[in-house]
Design a protein around this ligand. Structure first.
Ligand code: CTP
Length: 396
């Protein structure tokens, strides 16, 4: 789908490059795109008819718009204007492109291009967030000069990058977890002390987010419940943002039923029992305040012991500083989960907040599996491989 942005001219290059890779391309132009790029050039490069009218009787007779939207393996929207994103986010269907986008059952990859202020506008932010939650992949935009003369984020990513993303999607291997639902917790929680202070920990969310992304790539329908992190929401995943452990627990219970639950969040075990509505003031010469703590819900144990909607596989993490295997097995029994990924978080290790992780995987009574130190993305990939094997062969 070619939208009506100046970047539409780059689509000619994109079509040519896809053609060189043997990808069959069928193009739909919005009315505005037709003003910017010649349908004849698009037709010549894509070796076929260009579609642009919703109610063209001959096209409807030859190929209904529903069929057109489903025959493709992948739908690419480039450039995606702010207007087209807004239509997609709200399910509007008043021309051929937006109708096809609403009717398709195929993965959708979108390359936005617009003025930087339009991209930064809260309305566009909301629309993009909603599209991500709907499982749409958003590629870019990139930073730099834009056609309107302003510098900022708004340029469509280059055709070479788009081609890579498209080929990766088309080549994406089997989706062994298709049809399964997964829930992942990630990141720290923030437990307020007063309106400006909170208790937190060093978790970055990298491991949990990588697991959510890997589960989605394997075809699962993933809900990620994330505490406050600075990393972006993973592609193709529904991300729910929360602050506190109690909000995280609530969001997890709302996501049930699921087949797979992976608890990677570093949930604060305790929260300040009472949170005053006003900032706690320092009293000159007075004693420091005393914090009374209350225990937070244990999300992993709650899911593993759920009376009616226990996921078929519940996976936890164990951050330990003592004898890793003994403590991890004890934690597994205490919480009732099926598998546990134990890691050593003693002083000197950089698991919390770092990019790599050394895992000991315990899947039952058998021997524990010691993985070498790996990037967190690779840990996620291996875990998902194990999960897929389990679901392929019945319960381990
Ligand atoms: N966990 C959870 N809810 C909590 C605390 C922990 O879901 N309130 C989950 C974590 O996501 C992780 C596992 O439980 O998967 C173990 O977390 P860890 O911090 O190692 O264990 P704790 O229960 O906090 O035990 P302790 O600190 O006593 O070792």
């Amino acid at each position: 789908m070619i939208g009506g942005g100046i970047a539409a001219y780059k689509c000619l290059d994109l079509i040519r490059r896809l053609d060189e890779h043997g990808v069959a391309v069928r193009c739909v132009l919005t009315a505005a795109a037709k003003e910017l790029v010649s349908p004849l050039a698009v037709a010549a490069l894509s070796h076929g008819k260009v579609f642009d009218e919703l109610f063209s009787l001959t096209d409807e007779a030859e190929m209904g718009h529903i069929r057109l939207s489903r025959e493709a393996d992948l739908v690419v929207v480039a450039p995606a204007t702010a207007d087209l994103l807004a239509k997609m986010a709200n399910g509007l269907a008043d021309d051929l492109a937006s109708t096809l986008l609403l009717a398709t059952d195929k993965p959708v990859l979108v390359a936005p291009a617009m003025n930087p202020r339009m991209w930064a506008h809260p309305a566009t932010r909301r629309n993009v967030e909603r599209l991500r939650a709907d499982g749409v992949t958003i590629l870019g935009p990139a930073a730099g000069d834009t056609a309107c003369g302003e510098v900022g984020t708004g340029r469509m990513v280059e055709p070479t990058e788009l081609v890579e993303a498209i080929l990766a999607r088309l080549r994406a291997g089997p989706r062994p977890l298709a049809g399964l639902r997964a829930l992942v917790t990630s990141g720290p929680t923030h437990e307020p002390i007063d309106p400006v202070r909170f208790i937190a920990n060093r978790s970055s969310g990298r491991q949990g987010h990588a697991i959510a992304a890997a589960l989605a790539r394997a075809g699962a329908e993933v809900t990620l419940v994330s505490g406050p992190v600075t990393i972006p929401d993973p592609e193709g995943v529904r991300t729910v943002h929360v602050e506190t452990a109690r909000e995280m627990a609530e969001a997890c219970l709302a996501a049930l039923p699921v087949d797979i639950a992976v608890c990677a969040a570093a949930v604060a075990d305790w929260r300040p029992e009472e949170v005053p509505a006003h900032k706690i003031k320092k009293m000159p010469g007075g004693p420091p305040p005393t914090l009374r703590l209350a225990e937070n819900p244990d999300i992993l144990a709650t899911l593993a012991r759920h009376p009616t909607a226990r996921p078929r596989l519940v996976v936890g993490f164990a951050a330990e500083t003592g004898d890793l295997e003994t403590e991890a097995r004890a934690k597994m029994a205490k919480k009732g989960c099926d598998w546990i990924l134990a890691n050593d978080v003693s002083e000197g290790t950089t698991v919390f907040g770092g990019a790599r992780n050394r895992i000991l995987l315990i899947t039952g009574d058998g021997p524990a599996e010691a993985w070498p130190e790996l990037a967190k993305e690779e840990v996620a990939r291996r875990l998902v491989e194990r999960i897929a094997a389990m679901f392929a062969g019945g319960r381990s």
